[in-house]
Structures are given as structure tokens and as C-alpha cells.
Ligand binder design. Structure first.
Ligand code: GLN
Length: 498
């Protein structure tokens, strides 16, 4: 049943053909069987899952269930969960039990979804391969010698391995789309501000955005519907755009509406922009072939293709690797061993305690970024690096704005290659950073984007297609992807053995 669409699972729950307790039990059994091979979960909450499932069954019996009531789900371990470990993939937080739930976690609890556990991730969401986790790498279910992508690699692998039908993730520079692509599932990062960051451990606050993984766009829409919402009391960057009230005054929008509303709309007349810079170089041949075929399919379904240009997109990686570490160096200063998290067992004075706790608690990539961030923010370098990167960020956003005068959505690759080998890039941070060449510009601009399965490349490994939308264009993106998925079956393929 966990292999079915959310709609079918929800119908079976409603008709009492299956119970939430049976689904949770099945999900936990699949995790027990598959997790030793892929290490997608770092923490399981068996008792909590069964209790939540029993409560869901009662709601369903009373006819009060919603689309997610009784559905098993996993949270990326970046989201704080009351009473359950929240490690963020770090030794620093390996003993941290949050006293409260992240806003997203509360919303999904209220919707009746059943959290079975927390998924593995790159430490503090820094990485593209999940190899930076303190708990060891997650492995790609399609080939366990390959990475699943990162930083939300655990969530993507768990959905791909049919352990859970849906999972949450976060995307600061590609961390939902890239693992979705490498694991052959669908993942969406919505417009910046639409999903509350309250209780989502901060990496780079102006870029971090929660989002959804599922096997299909339809399932992602159902999950995202329960995640988005204005949270202006707990997250000052929560933002759903502006709306006109009855007296014709512009006021903050409080509702994005049903994100499934465009699923049934045919693609006739949809203008898809292909950024010429994305297709000029960089993509491996197998990825290129799958991307081209997917675009041909969109054309067959009625879309028109136009060429657009994102001339500054090539500067996204350098801009990101100044801005993100700058914000990280500030955000991660809270981990000092005083109030929570790892504290060195032996130290001299207070300063020594800070130094030893941080030296022991953080991994190599996190330290690298704290150093880079501190450097670019320091007196004398701030103007040369940080301010310049902010200017590039504006130019990149302007490029997208210009492109969206010519098209409704932008399509392109997600990752330049299919999943690479574990260890293949871990000694070369610049090579690793280049994995996000097609995803990072979207975060700098704050736009919504998704990745959906688009075929297979070398080694029978999945390839994703990226669709980028204009601000608050989630419903359009999900609708386009759903139409594609009605005509193709890439998203239904499962890795052998799961
Ligand atoms: N791979 C990018 C990084 O290492 C993006 C990570 C993310 O989106 N969280 O920062």
C-alpha cells in the first residue's frame, strides 16, 4: 500500500481497507529491512508513530480525516521535533532533544500525518552528497555505491526506497531538487517565505526553505498544501505575497490556495523557457539526452518552447559561496556548548570550553564554511566580497524577472550528472560545489522550483528535470509536472530490492 499514490492510500484509509496502524507498522518494517543498506534514517520513533497512527485511526473512524491523516512520513533531521532527537547530521547536536516542534512539524501533526522517524542529512545542510553527515553517508537505493545527493539525501532515499510515501526536506542551494533528481523522485522547493523556518535549524536564513518530497507531483502538492502558510508571529520572513482586501488596500496574503488546483490543466499554450546558458555546456551527455527527451514530451503535450537567457546565472555559485557561509558563520555561533549540544569533557577556562566544544562538535565542511563566512564579513573584506555577492544576487533575480516576461516556466537540468560515487568528490570541495550549478540561482532569487523524474542515464541511474516558476507559481509548476507524469511512467519506477 505504501507504494500507492497518496490519493489511493487516503481512500483506502477512509474506506477502512487499511488502518493507519497497519501503514505505520509496514513503513517501520520496510525501514528495518532497508535501512542497513542505505542509512536513510538516523532516528526512528516507533512508539510515537504507533500512538499517532492510533489517533489517526480514531479520527478516520469519526469521519474527520484529511488528505494526510494516517499517512506515514519522515522529517529531515533539520526540523525540531519535541521529545525526539534532532541532530541536524552533526555531532554537535547528537544529544539534542528539542523542547518544541518546528512550525512545519506542528502543521503536519495537526493534519494527522504519522512521523515514523528523522532522516539523515549533510551536517547543518551543508553538502550535495550526504557524505558530510556525522552518522555516515546515506546510500542511493538505485546503486548503493553512489550518493543520494544532498543535503536532504536521507529523505529522498527513504521515499525512493518506498519506506515512506512522502518526506520533508529543505533547500538552501538545491538540497531538495538535487537529491530528488539523483534518487528518481519528485521534490519541490516553494517560493522563499512560504514555509515557516520556525524550528528549522538555520544554515543560511535568507536562502533556507522547507519543501516536499513525494514520488509524484500530485503527492508533493498534497504534502506542500499542509506545509505552507503565513507564520508572521514566529518567522519574520514568512511571506505569501500581497493581496487586495475589501477596501482595495494591499495587505499581506494569508493563503496560497489549494496547490493542487492546476493539476488537471492541459499544457496547451504553456510557454516553457530554456535558458541558453544551461544548455551551452556542463551537462553530461546522458543527462542531456534525458532532459531533451523530457522537453520533447512537454512539446508533444502542447507546450511551446522559447529560448531565454540568464546571463548572470554563471555567477550564482561564487555569490552563494560568499552569502551562505556568511550567514552560516553567524547562525552557527549559537552552538557554544553552553546551553545545549556537545560540550568538551575537559577544558580550562570558558574560552577554552567554547573552542574545544566547537572544534570537537563540528565536522570539516562546517568549519570550512564558518571560516569563509567569518572572513568575508570581516572589516576590509565585507565590501569586496559580501556586498559584491549581494549585488550579484540582485542581478541574478533580475535575469529571472526578464525571462518570465517571455515564458511561464523555465525548464532545465537539475544536476550536471547522474549520482556520483561515494568518495568520488569528497576530497574536492569545488567539484562538489559545482554539483549545484543549475539549482543555486533559484535560491538566490527566492523562486519556486521542482525536480521530477525524466528518465535514466549511465548506470541506469535516474535523471531529473527542473521546472522553475515565478514567485508563488507553485500550483503551475505542480500542474505542469503532473501532466507530464500522466503521460510518462518514470516516476513509477522503483529501485530493485526496495
Ligand atoms: N549543496 C549546497 C551546499 O552545500 C546546497 C545545500 C542546501 O541546499 N542545503 O550548500
Amino acid at each position: 500500500m505504501i507504494d500507492s499514490s497518496l490519493k489511493d492510500i487516503a481512500a483506502a484509509l477512509r474506506d477502512r481497507k487499511v488502518s493507519a496502524v497497519e501503514l505505520a507498522t509496514d513503513s517501520l518494517a520496510r525501514i528495518d529491512a532497508g535501512n542497513p543498506k542505505i542509512n536513510a534514517f538516523v532516528t526512528l520513533d516507533r512508539d510515537g508513530a504507533l500512538a499517532a497512527a492510533r489517533a489517526a485511526d480514531e479520527r478516520l473512524a469519526a469521519g474527520q480525516g484529511g488528505p494526510l491523516t494516517g499517512i506515514p512520513l519522515a522529517h529531515k533531521d533539520v526540523f525540531c521535533t519535541e521529545g525526539v532527537l534532532t541532530t541536524c547530521g552533526s555531532k554537535m547536536l547528537s544529544n539534542f532533544v528539542s523542547p518544541y516542534d518546528a512550525h512545519v512539524v506542528s502543521l503536519l501533526k495537526a493534519a494527522g500525518a504519522v512521523m515514523v522517524g528523522k532522516t539523515n542529512m549533510d551536517e547543518f545542510a551543508m553538502g550535495s552528497s550526504n557524505e558530510n553527515s556525522h552518522f555516515g553517508p546515506t546510500r542511493n537505493p538505485w546503486d548503493t555505491t553512489k550518493v543520494p545527493g544532498g543535503s536532504s539525501g536521507g529523505s529522498a532515499a527513504a521515499v525512493a526506497a518506498r519506506m515512506v510515501p512522502i518526506a520533508t526536506g529543505t533547500d538552501t542551494g538545491g538540497s531538495i531538487r538535487q537529491p530528488a533528481a539523483l534518487c528518481g523522485i519528485t521534490g519541490i522547493k516553494p517560493t522563499y517565505g512560504t514555509v515557516s523556518r520556525y524550528g528549522m535549524i538555520a544554515y543560511a536564513s535568507s536562502l533556507d526553505q522547507g519543501g516536499a518530497f513525494g514520488r509524484s507531483a500530485e503527492d508533493c502538492a498534497a504534502l506542500l498544501n499542509a506545509m505552507v502558510g503565513l507564520d508572521d508571529t514566529k518567522d519574520s520572513t514568512s511571506w505569501l505575497g500581497l493581496d487586495l482586501n475589501e477596501s482595495g488596500k494591499l495587505v499581506p496574503n494569508t493563503d496560497l490556495g489549494d496547490l493542487s488546483r492546476e493539476l488537471a490543466i492541459p499544457l496547451t499554450g504553456l510557454r516553457i523557457g530554456l535558458p541558453k546558458e544551461f544548455f551551452a555546456e556542463g551537462m553530461e551527455g546522458d543527462v542531456r539526452a534525458a532532459v531533451d527527451a523530457a522537453i520533447a514530451e512537454y512539446r508533444k503535450l502542447g507546450a511551446t518552447i522559447v529560448e531565454v537567457s540568464l546571463p548572470n546565472a554563471r555567477l550564482a555559485i561564487p555569490a552563494y559561496y560568499v552569502i551562505a557561509p556568511a550567514e552560516a558563520s553567524s547562525n552557527l555561533s549559537r552552538f557554544d556548548g553552553v546551553r545545549y549540544g556537545h560540550r568538551a569533557a575537559e577544558y580550562g577556562d570558558l574560552n577554552d570550553m567554547y573552542c574545544k566544544s566547537r572544534a570537537q562538535g563540528f565536522g570539516g565542511e562546517v568549519k570550512r564554511r564558518i571560516l569563509v563566512g567569518t572572513y568575508v564579513l570581516s572589516h576590509g573584506y565585507y565590501d569586496a566580497y559580501y556586498i559584491k555577492a549581494q549585488k550579484l544576487r540582485r542581478l541574478i533575480a533580475n535575469d529571472f524577472a526578464a525571462a518570465f516576461t517571455q515564458c511561464d516556466v523555465i525548464a532545465g537540468p537539475v544536476s550536471p550528472s547522474v549520482a556520483f560515487g561515494i568518495g568520488e568528490k569528497s576530497d574536492d570541495p569545488v567539484q562538489m560545489y559545482l554539483s549545484d550549478i543549475y539549482t543555486i540561482a533559484v535560491n538566490l532569487a527566492g523562486l519556486p522550483a521542482l525536480s521530477h523524474p525524466a528518465g535514466f542515464g549511465v548506470g541506469n541511474l535516474p535523471v531529473g528535470l527542473q521546472l522553475i516558476g515565478n514567485y508563488f507559481g507553485e500550483a503551475r509548476l505542480l500542474g505542469a509536472a503532473h501532466q507530464f507524469q500522466q503521460a510518462t511512467d518514470w516516476h513509477l519506477r522503483a529501485p530493485a530490492g526496495f
